[in-house]
Design a protein around this ligand. Structure first.
Ligand SMILES: C[S@@+](CC[C@H](N)C(=O)[O-])C[C@H]1O[C@@H](n2cnc3c(N)ncnc32)[C@H](O)[C@@H]1O
Length: 283
């Protein structure tokens, strides 16, 4: 690699990286190496880049060529208009999970003083996006992984969000005896032997954040079985799941005794979020 300007380094990177995202990835990696944002790159295409910084960029590029996800190389990712620090201890937040957050926010009036639990919080994206958008809500973010909870706690501190608590434990066991107005989760839902787990970015993400039993539904089965005992009357449970798991998840929700079972679709029309409501005591 011989380029010495922003423009030249981007051109080299785009020629090196493959895939539909090559253009954006080249900019993200160069912005990271130069400690600038992408807007700065646009305004400084002809600036010279110091050899030491160009060296750092080439190092990032080599890691990407070796398959490492961009989000782990640059160490952060945007989600629901907030920026989250990420490490390989946590799942890289997916755009489709914003659908789950939007479905939750639709159920919480702006100034409602509600208690919400986010099971399997990872980097904290769901819990923190809710806590940020609904400042009167109190959110309990749980995970089995202590390392993931450290990342989530760090994100809460950095974002200055304090209407949130953290608890370590296995799904609803982390909730103790408490009941909530809403429980949300994006649990692992890929089948254990799905070949995608050995491909692309998934190779670098924690297996415990991705896979869950032979059909991918073990975690969802556990959550749906135990969550009703932790819901207030009228409280809701909302779950993200695979695009082909909607019918199975609706079946589990129906058999759990919850009411008003529904599924929401993403912009491509795929079933990605299902939920249900705890019956009121009188019904
Ligand atoms: C698909 S990731 C979701 C992370 C984050 N909520 C998001 O949407 O980006 C699933 C999370 O569940 C956690 N997890 C896996 N097994 C668990 C268990 N038995 N109890 C609680 N959390 C668990 C993983 O550590 C991981 O952080």
């Amino acid at each position: 690699m011989t380029a010495t300007t922003v423009r030249g380094l981007l051109a080299e990177a785009r020629a090196t990286l493959t895939g539909d995202e090559a253009w954006g990835e080249a900019e993200l990696l160069l912005a990271h190496a130069l400690d600038r944002d992408r807007a700065w790159l646009v305004a400084h295409r002809d600036d010279a880049v110091a050899p030491a910084l160009a060296g750092q960029f080439h190092c990032c590029l080599s890691r990407r060529v070796a398959g490492e996800p961009v989000a782990y190389i640059v160490g952060h990712r945007g989600f629901h208009a907030l920026d989250f620090v990420l490490t390989p201890d946590v799942l890289i937040p997916r755009p489709e999970t914003e659908l789950l957050v939007d479905a939750v926010l639709q159920r919480i009036p702006q100034s409602a003083k509600v208690d919400i639990a986010d099971l399997g919080t990872g980097s904290g994206v769901i819990a923190l996006a809710i806590a940020h958008a609904r400042t009167q809500a109190r959110v309990l973010a749980t995970d089995a992984s202590a390392a993931a909870l450290d990342v989530a706690r760090g994100n809460a501190r950095r974002l200055g969000i304090d209407n949130i608590d953290f608890a370590q434990g296995d799904w609803c066991a982390a909730l103790g005896q408490r009941r909530f107005d809403g429980i949300v989760s994006n649990p692992p839902y890929i089948a254990e032997f799905d070949p995608h787990l050995a491909q692309g970015d998934l190779r670098f993400e924690p297996r415990s954040a991705l896979a869950s039993g032979l059909d991918g539904l073990d975690a969802i089965r556990t959550i749906v079985r135990s969550a009703p005992a932790h819901l207030q009357p009228g409280g809701w449970l909302l779950l993200e799941h695979g695009f082909d798991q909607g019918a199975a998840v609706r079946g589990l929700l129906q058999r759990s005794g919850l009411a008003d079972v529904f599924t929401a679709r993403d912009l491509e029309g795929r079933e990605r979020v299902s939920g249900a409501v705890a019956r009121n005591a009188a019904t």
